[in-house]
Write a protein that binds this ligand. Sequence first.
Ligand code: ADP
Ligand code: TRP
Length: 330
Amino acid sequence: MKEIVLSGIRSTGNLHIGNYFGALRNFIRMQDTSNCFFFIADLHSLTTHPDPENFHKNVKTVLAEYLASGLDPEKSVIFVQSTVPEVSELYTLMNMWSYVGELERTSSFKEKVRKHPNNVNAGLLTYPVLMATDILIHKAHKVPVGKDQEQHLEMSRVFARRFNNMYNVEFFPEPAAYNFGTDLVKVPGLDGSGKMGKSEGNGIYLTDDEKTVHRKVMRAVTDSGPVNPDAPMSEPVQNLFTILQIVSDGEVVRFYEEKYKSGGIRYGDMKKQLAEDICKITLPIRERILEIQGNDKYLDEVVKYGAEKARASASKTLAGVKEIMGFKWF
Ligand code: ADP
Ligand code: TRP
């Protein structure tokens, strides 16, 4: 049996090239070797009370971007969380074997309480229970997550183990975090330090047009030029080389590395090349995003098809749980 890989995607904001090269591109490859589930966590996004229009728009945006990038509804199960009512039912049951104390101790919960003291809703407290439900309902083996989600994943293992022990069964496998091993890349931001991120304002988005990509790259922070080529490269310049290594051909990278070493590099030239190479990858995706966003009929078909496949898998698990727990109809 192929291993089951599951990834949940928060439906907030557009995807930047950090998301693409750091996660999405690996998802696309995994579709050929694993049994993949990719879903949009729209229920999770309700903790922040989006207005109905934005709530819907965000789901549509993320779905279109993932499809345009190469997630394939024929190869993987691509679905929206709320179209699988079995998730909500198992979540109710899972709440019975998760404890308020452990939920209150979760770092993400404590941070939310600190940052948004006026919106400490119960959904926020049980966020990890819903996330564990997402994972366990498909009996996933591997869950690609970033650092900020590791604690939630550990809680999923705790809940799985607790259920198995409580009912003396081997029902749920314990899901493992997965970080793509040697395929893992970290895309730095254009502001000279740190990684590219949505909230940092230092990113290039898959929906950026050619002009915008060029403008952003040309404005990226550098330094005043290599003073001594043997000294360590400054962080902003190192970051540009890192992005170049991700998007450009080896030959291009070597050319600029040589230029740097000889002290004759012109950052403007390198940035121009970098912008062109980014565009080569992102512009075709951008075109597909616009096309898919204009095709509600296709999106509707994808969502229905995904829901059907996800529900088949989810209802099997839910039925198993209920049988173990003693639900019986006379
Ligand atoms: P953001 O909030 O910055 O868009 P998320 O935290 O939602 O990013 O991450 C979504 C996925 O994209 C995760 O798998 C994460 O590891 C990956 N990711 C985000 N930023 C980067 C980056 N700069 N480089 C590599 N991967 C990234
Ligand atoms: N909490 C995850 C995030 O913020 C999204 C998510 C919801 C998820 N359910 C999941 C991720 C299940 C992996 C598996 O990014």
